[in-house]
Design a protein around this ligand. Structure first.
Ligand SMILES: *[C@@H]1O[C@H](CO)[C@@H](O)[C@H](O)[C@H]1NC(C)=O
Ligand SMILES: *[C@@H]1O[C@H](CO)[C@@H](O)[C@H](O)[C@H]1NC(C)=O
Length: 468
């Protein structure tokens, strides 16, 4: 009897042991698999080649350093009026943008790492001996006169790049711009007022955000300019006020004393984000004409309502030399191209060997960046509506019905303008990151949760939930 029972118990024990081990193994495999899956997800969002931080990492760094940022902000922006100088990086940062293969210098942005080949092997969409010309620049250059095209050459040392803008409350697109162009832009001049362009009092929100850690990593590159007054006739002549405000940015120039004539100056609207490719080209080449502008992907309320039409900024930037000599250091006038400039001034500037011609990087389908109009949450859209300047025809901000949040929600959900018309006459299909390779700046795409309202038509989702 006993003899036959004991082996049976042993067998059962062994079976139990095997089952327990198998279960543990399965569990371990499951955990490993889930980890792997979430890593893949993060990797996809970020784009491993760009080396940009992912959302979680950014949040962790942000939390740990809020206190440090506050201390730094008090030093860099002690009050609304002090403008601390920007120290331009003097080291030869040019080298870090090139790799040498068998004695040939190749531009890292556009080069495939393939050592066995002689010379530079370009990535898809990049051309030139050093693989330094991206598609967006090539399409622009190809429309220029031959003799100008021949002058365009790669530089050894990069130009410094200064970007300037008026800011009301476009904090998402500003952050997207600063992150998109990290390492390529040397100074960001941002002007804020305690008035809206409509003339109503407002808090200096950007200044307050700077003091709570917003853009902390870039403090030393930011010049804050505070406009504390409004023109007497600004209420009736909004464009005059806008021009005045844009030119007021020049208050910041003494703080970037070391700029050279061949450095670059751009004046953007706060909802425009040029792409990395476009700015990299401008920074590392000589011989292209100026002023230059951008053909941008245009969308409204978010990146999902993509317009069929492009957004063309005829003229957004030029060299510092041209800014000084032709535009009298007035940032706002750069946006006007050259039509309003005295011929004598242009002739004088051309004598220095400069080609003066308005041209743009990018074209339909090959965009040099993004222009996202009214890209806020619903409250932000209302703020913009109320902040718009006067004197630009019918002002929707004056109509109380159009300020209602429910009305604004309908516009976003259905893709309509404030007058009720659809954004595009025939109606437009919504874009998504899956169907549009040039959907949004990288920073927006790698922070899907935070920018959900700009990536998907979130109001449509809400509607569906309500219906159920
Ligand atoms: C490097 O360049 C030289 C001269 O152009 C060439 O003869 C040689 O084959 C190249 N080597 C490789 C590995 O490509
Ligand atoms: C804006 O700031 C200036 C200077 O501090 C002040 O005189 C003015 O009253 C402020 N305007 C508003 C509307 O707060």
């Amino acid at each position: 009897m006993f003899r036959s029972i004991i082996p049976r118990i042993r067998i059962r024990r062994r079976l139990l042991f095997i089952l327990v081990m198998a279960f543990q193994l399965c569990f371990l495999l499951y955990v490993l698999f889930m980890n792997y899956k979430s890593n893949i997800k993060i990797g996809k969002n970020v784009g491993s080649s760009t080396g940009r931080l992912n959302e979680q990492k950014l949040m962790r760094t942000a939390k740990s350093s809020v206190a440090t940022c506050k201390t730094k902000a008090t030093r860099r922006f002690p009050d609304l009026y002090s403008i601390a100088p920007v120290q331009l990086d003097k080291t030869n940062v040019g080298d870090q943008y090139f790799v040498s293969y068998n004695g040939t210098r190749c531009f890292k942005f556009g080069t495939l790492r393939r050592k066995e080949k002689n010379g530079c092997v370009c990535q898809k969409g990049w051309t030139g001996n050093a693989c330094s010309t991206p598609e967006v620049a090539r399409v622009g250059i190809s429309k220029l006169p031959q003799e100008i095209q021949r002058k365009i050459k790669i530089r050894k040392h990069p130009r410094k790049v200064v970007i300037s803008m008026l800011l009301n409350h476009e904090f998402d697109t500003l952050e997207a711009l600063v992150r998109e162009l990290t390492g390529l832009v040397d100074v960001v001049m941002i002007e804020e007022s305690n008035f809206t362009l409509h003339g109503d009092p407002k808090l200096p929100l950007f200044y307050q955000k700077l003091h709570s850690g917003y853009l902390c990593d870039f403090y030393s590159n930011i010049i804050y300019i505070y406009l504390d007054h409004f023109l007497e006739d600004g209420k009736t002549n909004g464009f005059k006020m806008e021009g005045y405000a844009r030119n007021y940015i020049s208050k910041g120039f003494p703080s970037i004393a070391e700029l050279r004539p061949d450095d670059l100056f751009l004046h953007l609207d706060a909802d425009e984000v040029p792409s990395r490719d476009a700015i990299a080209f401008l920074k590392f080449h000589d011989g292209y004409p100026e002023p230059f502008g951008f053909v941008l992907r245009w969308s409204v309320y978010g990146y999902f309502w993509k317009m069929n039409r492009v957004w063309t900024v005829q003229s957004a930037g030029c060299s510092v030399g041209m800014l000084r000599q032709v535009y009298d250091n007035q940032p706002g006038t750069v946006r006007g191209g050259i039509g309003h400039i005295q011929q004598g001034k242009i002739r004088e500037y051309k004598k220095g060997g400069n080609d003066v011609l308005v041209w743009q990087l990018g074209e339909q389908g090959k965009f040099a960046g993004w222009h996202c109009s009214w890209c806020f949450d619903i409250n932000g859209i209302k703020t913009k509506l109320l902040s718009a300047l006067s004197g630009d025809g019918e002002r929707f901000g004056d109509d109380p019905k159009k300020q209602k949040l429910d009305f604004l929600r309908t516009l976003v959900r259905e893709g309509r303008w404030f007058d009720g018309d659809y954004l595009e006459p025939k109606g437009i299909k919504m874009a998504s990151p899956a169907t549009d390779k040039f959907f949004a700046p990288n920073f927006i795409l790698s922070n899907k949760k935070r920018f959900k309202h700009l990536i998907t038509n979130y109001l449509l989702d809400e509607n569906k939930k309500d219906d159920k």
